[in-house]
Structure formats: structure tokens, C-alpha cells
Design a protein. Structure first.
Length: 122
């Protein structure tokens, strides 16, 4: 992949579509509250690619990525991959906030409040 297109590189389009069609229950639940500017009028994109990575949710206005982690992230190798992703996103000026799927399912209001706290003051 060339560096001339950072966001939504065409080579990742099939994978982005696949991921959108197969949202986890936690992703689907959170998306219901992020789509169409429902959270503080911030637009979010789901399954948005940045470089070679695909972020669960991305808010361009805030340069904020929201990642949801499930059981697949509960081991050292996955943690290291997540850390590499986070470091890459930081190098291109983006911030990452992470939540467990369980948090979205059990404390959605708390998750939404924490996302809102990441927004810059207007």
C-alpha cells in the first residue's frame, strides 16, 4: 500500500465492507448511538481504514478513534498488536480510546460519557 492515501485506501474497501456487515453486538450497540451525529453532533465513521489499519469508529473532527476489544484481545500477542496500532495512529496525529465489549453492553452511558470527555471544548 502506498502512503499517498492515508484514509480509506481502495485496497481495504472489501475488508471494510465485510467488517461493517459483521459488526459484533457491542459494535452494533455503540454504532446506534454514534451514527448521524447523535453524540454531541460529532460525525463518526465505522470500520474506517487509516493506513493499513481499520479502526472500529473514527471521528474526523476530533481526530479520535474508538476501539472495542473483546475476548480476542485477551492475550499478550493481541495486546502488542493493539499497542502497535495505537502508536501508529499517534504518529499520524490521532488519539485512541479503548473499551471492552462488556463495558458497552453493561455500561453504555458510561462509555458514551467517556467518549464525550475526549472531545475538544468549543
Amino acid at each position: 500500500m502506498t502512503n499517498d492515501r492515508l484514509h480509506n485506501h481502495p485496497s481495504l474497501k472489501p475488508r471494510r465492507r465485510e467488517l461493517r456487515a459483521q459488526l459484533t453486538p457491542a459494535e452494533a450497540r455503540l454504532w446506534l448511538h454514534l451514527q448521524r451525529g447523535q453524540l454531541a453532533e460529532r460525525k463518526f465513521r465505522r470500520q474506517h481504514s487509516i493506513g493499513r489499519y481499520i479502526a472500529d469508529f473514527y471521528c474526523p473532527r476530533e481526530k479520535l478513534i474508538v476501539e472495542l476489544d473483546g475476548a480476542a484481545h485477551d492475550h499478550d500477542a493481541a495486546w502488542q498488536r493493539d499497542e502497535q496500532r495505537t502508536q501508529y495512529f499517534a504518529t499520524v496525529g490521532l488519539r485512541v480510546v479503548r473499551f471492552e465489549n462488556r463495558d458497552v453492553m453493561e455500561n453504555l452511558d458510561g462509555v458514551l460519557a467517556q467518549i464525550r470527555e475526549q472531545f475538544s471544548a468549543e
